[in-house]
Design a protein around this ligand. Sequence first.
Ligand code: EPZ
Length: 407
Amino acid sequence: MGEITVSGGKNTAVAVIPATLLCDEPCTIENLPDIDDVHVLIQILRSLGALVDYVPGHHMTVDPRPATGFHVPYAQSSRLRASYYLWGALLGRCARAEVGYPGGCTIGSRPFDQHLKGFMALGAQIEDRGGMVYARTDERLVGSDVFFDCVTVGGTINVMLAAAKAEGTTVIYNAAKEPHIVDLANFLNSMGARVRGAGTDVIRIRGVQRLHGCTYAVIPDQIETGTLMIAAAATRGDVTIHGCIPTHMEALTAKLLEMGVSVTENDDSIRVRPRSDQRAVNIKTQVYPGFPTDLQQPMTALLCMAKGTSTVTETIFEQRFKFLDELRRMGARFKLVDNTALIEGVPQLYGAPVTVTDLRAGAALVVAGLMAKGVTEIYETSYIDRGYERIEEKLRLLGADIRREPV
Ligand code: EPZ
C-alpha cells in the first residue's frame, strides 16, 4: 500500500556507462541506479584510466580523455554480463579491445557469436582465445550492413557502440527494439552521433569523427517497474509507482488486467489495485514489445496463487525455470514440459528458506515471500543487489514486512 518511485534502468545504465568511453570530452550521466553492476563498471572504467566522479544515487561524471587502456581481465569482466559492451566501446574508442568473457546470470548458454559477427562486418580482426576476446583494427572500423541471425539486445548495443565513430554508415537489420536500445541511441545522439531508427528493426548509424560532452539522464527501469507492479498484485496492495514510463509496461499491464488486477496509467506513473480474484493466464516471453523474459520469473511466482492453471512459455533463455524448485518448497504446484511451465494455482504458499540462483529469480522469490504465510528466508541476495536498488527498503515503504539480516 502506498507510493514509490522507480530507479533508473539497470540495462540502459550498463550500456550508457561503457558508451562514455566513445566521448572526446567529459560527460555526465544522471538517474543511474545505485546497484552493483554500475559499481563494477565504474571500477573497470577507472582501471582503463578514465576519471570518474560518482555520487551514488545521483550522477556520474566521466572524463575518458586520460583512458589509454584496452585490456580488461577475466577477473573483472566475469563479474557482470554487460562487460561485453567494452568490446564495442573500446573498438570504437581506440580500435582495440582485449576483454575477458562476460559473466551474468546463468539462464542459458548465452553465446555472443552475433556480437563478434557484427564487429567482423565492420572490419575488426577477432581472436577468441583463453576466455578472452581480442579485437582490433588497423585504422578506424568501416561501416557496413549487419544482419543478425537472431534478435539480440547485447549484439545490437555492441554494434551501435562500435559503429558510432566508424568510417561511413552501418545498417543493423533484425535489431532489438527494447527501450534501452532507444535510450542508448538518444545518449549517443546527445554526444553528436548520428543514430537513426532505434526502436525499429533497422538502425542506421552514420559514423562521426568526434563526440562532444553532454549531460544525460537514463530512462527509468522497465523491469523494476514491472517487478513492483507484480509485488503490488501479489499482496493485493493499492500501489502507485512514480517516475516510470507506462508505455514500456504494456505487455505486463495487459496480463495483469487479464488476471483481474486493476491497473491505471498516468503520464509517468502506474497505479495497481486489487479488483477481484486473480485468474490464471498464459504467458509467452517475446522480444520487446512482447512480454519481457526478465519479468517471467516474478510473474510465474504471482501465478502460483492464481485461480486455475497458467502456462508460462520461456522462448528467450533455455534455463530460466531453475527457481521453480525453490518455489516448490513453498508449496507451489507445477509441471515443466520442455520450455513451458504449467502452474496449478494453490490457495496459499508457505514461507521456507530459499536460495537465489539468478537476479530475476531473486525477485521472484521476494514476490513469493510476500505472498506466503509465515517467514521466508532468502539466501544469496547479492544476485538481487546487482539489479535492484535497495529492494527491501522500497518494499518496506509499501508496508511489506521485509528486512535484510547479516548471515
Ligand atoms: C540482455 O541480455 C539483458 N542483459 C537481459 O537481462 C535480458 O534478459 C536480455 O537482454 C533479453 O532482453 C543486459 O542488458 C545486461 P540477448 P543479452 O543478446 O544481451 C541469443 C536481466 O535480468 N543470442 O538479447 O545477453 C541468446 O542466447 C538480464 O536484467 C545468440 O544466440 O540477451 C538468447 O537466447 C538477464 N547469440 C537470445 O539471443 C548472440 O550473439 C537473447 O539474447 C547473442 C544472443
